[in-house]
Write a new protein. Sequence first.
Lengths: 115, 117
Amino acid sequence: EPEVTQTPSHQVTQMGQEVILRCVPISNHLYFYWYRQILGQKVEFLVSFYNNEISEKSEIFDDQFSVERPDGSNFTLKIRSTKLEDSAMYFCASSSGRGGHNEQFFGPGTRLTVL
Amino acid sequence: AQSVTQPDIHITVSEGASLELRCNYSYGATPYLFWYVQSPGQGLQLLLKYFSGDTLVQGIKGFEAEFKRSQSSFNLRKPSVHWSDAAEYFCAVGASQYGGATNKLIFGTGTLLAVQP
C-alpha cells in the first residue's frame, strides 16, 4: 500500500541552525501539506502546496520557513534559523485531489528538537 | 473562526466496553469532518470522514461516527473496544480559503484512549 515517508525520524539541532525536513508523498498525489504538533498541543496546519507553489499558509509559516519540491518525488520543509519553539513533530501529508472530501495521507512525522 | 473541540483529554475504558469520543466543531458552512488515529510512533491514519449524505458514517476498525448539525457534533463510537484501540484520536474539520486549491485540516487537541484488560 502506498504511503508517505519522512526522513529523518528524529533531528536534533542547535538554535540558529538551518534544518531541512524531507518527505516523499504518494507518487500520484498532487497536493502536499506540512503540519506540526508541539508536544502536548494540537496538530497545526503550516502550509499547503500545489502546482509548485504555496496555496495557503498559516501565520506560523513566517519568513523562516520555506517549502520546495526539488524533484518529482521529494517535498521539503526548510527552517532557516531554528528557534527553541520550533521543537515539535512535523508531519507531511499528501492528497490526490482538491477538496475536503479528499483524504490527506500522513507520514509518520519527524521529531525536531532544537537545543 | 473554524475550530474543533475535543472535551476529553484522556479516557480509560475496559476491553469489550463501548466507547464514545466527543467532538464539537465550529464552522460557517457544511463541514468536512474527519477522525484520525495516531498510534505511538506512527503517523495519522484516517478512521472515517463525513462530507454529505447519511449522517452515520462507518469507518475502519469497527468505528462509526454520527454527524449532528443541530449539536455541531461528530462523535466517534465503537461498540466493543479492543486493546489494540489504545491510541490518540483526533477530530478534524476541513476548511478552505475562498477559491483556494487545497483544504487544510483544523484539528482538535486529541483524546488519548487507554484500554484496561
